[in-house]
Design a protein around this ligand. Structure first.
Ligand code: SF4
Ligand code: SF4
Length: 164
């Protein structure tokens, strides 16, 4: 298991073309069977990688924020929803909301300071435990160089499927 973030970033660059070749290989596979293997690997890596000791996604990615998330953040910070929007939220031309800076303003010493009330997109990241893994492979390859869970699941999947 590789956990070092700098190593993972470098391997992300080095393995880019192999990863896209693996993507094509997976696209020709059986989605249900691949999901079964991925979910087995997820069970292992979600249990054995501690997100509270990593926080890398919070330094490089902006989660999508929805109205419900504003309510949770308001609860966690005891600030009003209007104040949360003013202080932390960016709204784009389509009306979509995200945090206004990176790393996330709620990340303190590599830990989420609103963990129990964090946005749904944060809870769900890196999304590989969901159905239809082969339908989200661009996102998986993007996250490969960021998230140790994705990196290790993807590498183990290559081995399990005898990909060369
Ligand atoms: S709210 Fe918490 S989990 Fe979400 S990006 Fe910010 S620090 Fe990370
Ligand atoms: S989801 Fe991935 S990148 Fe984010 S904290 Fe957990 S292991 Fe790190």
């Amino acid at each position: 298991m590789i956990l070092d973030l700098e190593t993972i970033k470098q391997l992300g660059e080095r393995n880019q073309s192999v990863n896209f070749r693996f993507r094509s290989f997976l696209k020709g596979g059986n989605s249900t069977q691949i999901d079964r293997v991925v979910h087995e690997l997820c069970d292992f890596y979600y249990t054995n990688i501690d997100c509270t000791k990593c926080g890398n996604c919070c330094t490089v990615l902006k989660p999508q924020i929805h109205k419900k998330d504003l309510e949770s953040l308001s609860l966690a910070t005891t600030k009003t929803i209007d104040d949360i929007k003013k202080e932390y939220i960016l709204i784009d031309e389509d009306g979509d909301m995200s945090f206004n800076k990176l790393p996330c303003p709620f990340l303190k010493n590599l830990k989420c300071s609103v963990y129990d009330c964090r946005p749904n997109d944060c809870r769900s990241y890196p999304h590989i435990h969901k159905k239809d893994f082969i339908g989200r492979l661009f996102g998986v390859i993007d996250s490969y160089s960021i998230c140790p869970i994705v990196f290790n699941v993807f590498e183990d999947l290559k081995l399990r499927l005898h990909f060369r």
